[in-house]
Design a protein around this ligand. Structure first.
Ligand SMILES: Cc1ncc(COP(=O)(O)O)c(C=O)c1O
Length: 409
């Protein structure tokens, strides 16, 4: 087909504003793809569960049981909120997905957290509407907002999470200018990319401020279950008793990214509205039932417990190796959960470090990829520890030190 030239067919000219905003018509290399000739690279780029710990056998067992049950509904459209068995389990605080138990109808299942985000934008965003996000933030969310022609405003982050003062300033200046802030999106537990967990005080204040100003909070709980020792502070959803907040979760990081199974928790009014804007004909029923059975069998909780200990050990191995080898070159705070170390480069530019490190066989993104406004970027890199063994992570410090030394030579 590519060999046929049709001069009337101008793909670029046909693109939506949203697709153009994502640069869909422009040939460019992804800055996420960092080439290396190193014979034994260590990939620290993507935040994904440890690949050799995906519970393949248990999942295969549950998938085949569901399919062999012969119930055709497991492979038919499920247009509504998704399988009630799984929503009931999500609603039960004993399973650790929520602390505010309401009804299964306060949940709707989507194609991962990303599916939740698309649905949220389709339901609430008009072109030009503002969404406040942490600066830096998860690039997938920022791109989804841009695709729906929303506007992103980045809010600086401190050790307590999003800056309250900045949010107050932005809200009051937008009010003056007649600009609509629709939502505050926050990854308040083990934030991607910074690893920060928002303080309870900030959660309470942001929850109150949003309610008083008619702004929806979208609380992204993607990493919330992956604490190392202590459960994070109460979520904004429970602090606000569900009012004005949507909480989004996913099995991508606790089980496997390819399940494509996530959920939104919200007031029944909001969930009903979102249900009406759904146009994907539902997602995969047999996966929902199999995951429900996996949870009910208690294999899920023992799997997540194992993963928490593993990620804690991985984080420690990487942190120790960096402290031992690179303490003159890097500054960082160890996270208390999640997948990421966010490191400030002290003596060289993060962009040049990213390139020099690839020659030493270390693949990771420059921190600038997590900002929309480059002026926010403060010379960081992000290292994901979740996909590598403790032994491999122990090698990272030395390799990175070599990269620093070559740059500073
Ligand atoms: C903070 C955050 N939210 C959402 C997602 C997307 O998750 P899912 O695979 O469920 O779409 C990611 C993936 O990296 C993430 O880091």
């Amino acid at each position: 087909m590519d060999s046929i030239t049709n001069t009337n067919f101008d793909v670029e000219g046909l693109l939506s504003f949203g697709a153009k905003a994502l640069g869909a018509g422009v040939e460019s290399e992804s800055r996420w793809e960092i080439p290396t000739d190193h014979p034994d690279p260590i990939d620290l780029a993507v935040g994904m569960p440890a690949p050799d710990k995906i519970p393949m056998e248990s999942l295969a067992n549950h998938f085949s049981k569901v399919l062999l049950s012969g119930n055709p509904a497991e492979l038919e459209y499920e247009y509504g909120r998704g399988k009630v068995d799984l929503r009931e389990l999500l609603n039960d605080p004993a399973n650790g997905f929520t602390t505010l138990s309401q009804t299964p109808d306060n949940f709707i299942l989507f194609n991962g957290g990303s599916g939740c985000m698309e649905s949220f934008c389709a339901t609430f965003l008009d072109p030009g509407d503002i969404v406040l996000v942490e600066g830096p933030s998860f690039s997938g969310t920022v791109e989804t907002v841009l695709k729906f022609q929303g506007r992103i405003i980045e809010v600086p982050v401190s050790k307590d999470g999003m800056s309250l003062e900045s949010i107050e300033e932005i809200v009051s200046s937008c009010k003056k200018n007649g600009e609509v802030i629709k939502a505050i999106y926050t990854i308040n537990d083990f934030h991607n990319p910074t690893g920060i967990t928002m303080s309870l005080h900030n959660r309470q204040m942001i929850g109150e401020l949003a309610l008083n100003n008619g702004i929806i909070i979208l609380e992204d709980a993607t990493y919330s279950g992956l604490f190392f020792d202590e459960i994070p502070p109460p979520d904004i959803y429970s602090v606000n008793q569900g009012e004005g907040v949507l909480r989004m979760g996913t099995f991508s990081k606790t089980i496997a990214t390819g399940l494509r199974l996530g959920w939104l928790q919200g007031s029944s009014e909001v969930i009903n509205v979102i249900r009406k804007t759904r146009s994907d004909m539902g997602n995969v029923p047999f996966i929902q039932t199999a995951v429900a059975n996996f949870i009910q069998s208690s294999e899920y909780s023992s799997h997540v417990n194992t993963m928490r200990s593993l990620y804690k050990a991985q984080c420690k191995s990487l942190s120790d190796s960096l402290k031992f080898q690179c303490s003159d070159y890097l500054d960082f705070v160890e996270p208390k959960g999640g997948f990421f170390l966010w490191l400030k480069c002290l003596s060289v530019g993060s962009g040049e470090l990213t390139e020099a490190a690839s020659k030493e066989g270390l693949i990771f993104p420059d921190g600038s990829l997590f900002y929309q406004d480059p002026s926010f970027h403060d010379n960081h890199i992000r290292l994901a520890f979740s996909g590598n063994s403790v032994e491999r992570l122990d090698e990272v410090g030395l390799r990175l030190r070599k990269a620093f030394e070559k740059l500073l030579d």
